[in-house]
Design a binder for this molecule. Structure first.
Ligand SMILES: CC(C)(COP(=O)(O)OP(=O)(O)OC[C@H]1O[C@@H](n2cnc3c(N)ncnc32)[C@H](O)[C@@H]1OP(=O)(O)O)[C@@H](O)C(=O)NCCC(=O)NCCS
Length: 147
């Protein structure tokens, strides 16, 4: 298993990035200003994208594993790798997610704790309703790790 930092042709990873953030213009907002990582186990399994958000703050904007490879530990491996790589670069690592039990516990299991809520983020920024596990996403829940 290996994780590579992708610096060219980032749009080649769009299909996977859209799994976690289904509106292309939202992905394009951070694709070129962020650090893109791709996890390969033979072939591509997981991507993640991290942006600088001001002094001492980085944010995981996107993490996605191809559906058929989910639940095999690739996501957790990627999150650990990002935590290791950013702990000396910043004081706070943030991640924003919809209010979905599954994803919130995915981050909590990796050491993130609740930070704050951005009210109406999904209804204000997306041109259509977003559902996860049958529930409409309204607010963005931010979690953080303080180093
Ligand atoms: C969330 C996600 C990145 C996790 O990646 P993964 O490779 O499946 O992660 P792992 O195999 O390391 O699983 C980690 C945990 O996530 C849980 N999980 C599995 N599938 C999941 C899913 N579809 N959504 C959320 N969590 C999931 C697993 O149960 C596991 O928990 P456990 O450690 O208690 O067994 C992946 O499920 C995914 O791509 N989901 C769709 C995109 C998405 O929602 N991204 C996050 C946006 S904020």
């Amino acid at each position: 298993m290996e994780i590579k930092k992708i610096v060219e042709n980032k749009e080649d990873f769009m299909e996977l990035l859209l799994l976690a953030d289904e509106q292309k213009n939202m992905v394009n907002e951070y694709l070129y200003r962020g650090d893109l990582f791709a996890l390969y186990d033979d072939d591509l399994k997981t991507v993640s994208l991290v942006t600088g958000e001001g002094e001492n703050i980085y944010e995981i904007k996107n993490i996605a594993t191809y559906e058929k490879y989910q639940g095999k530990g690739y996501g957790k491996y990627m999150i650990k790798y990002i935590i290791e790589n950013y702990k000396n670069k910043c004081k706070i690592l943030l991640v924003g997610t919809g209010d979905s039990k599954k994803t919130v516990s995915f981050y909590k299991n990796s050491g993130f704790v609740y930070s704050h809520t951005l009210k109406n983020f999904f209804t204000n920024n997306y041109d259509h309703k977003i559902f996860e596990d049958g529930k409409q996403l309204i607010d963005m829940i931010y979690l953080k790790i303080e180093f």
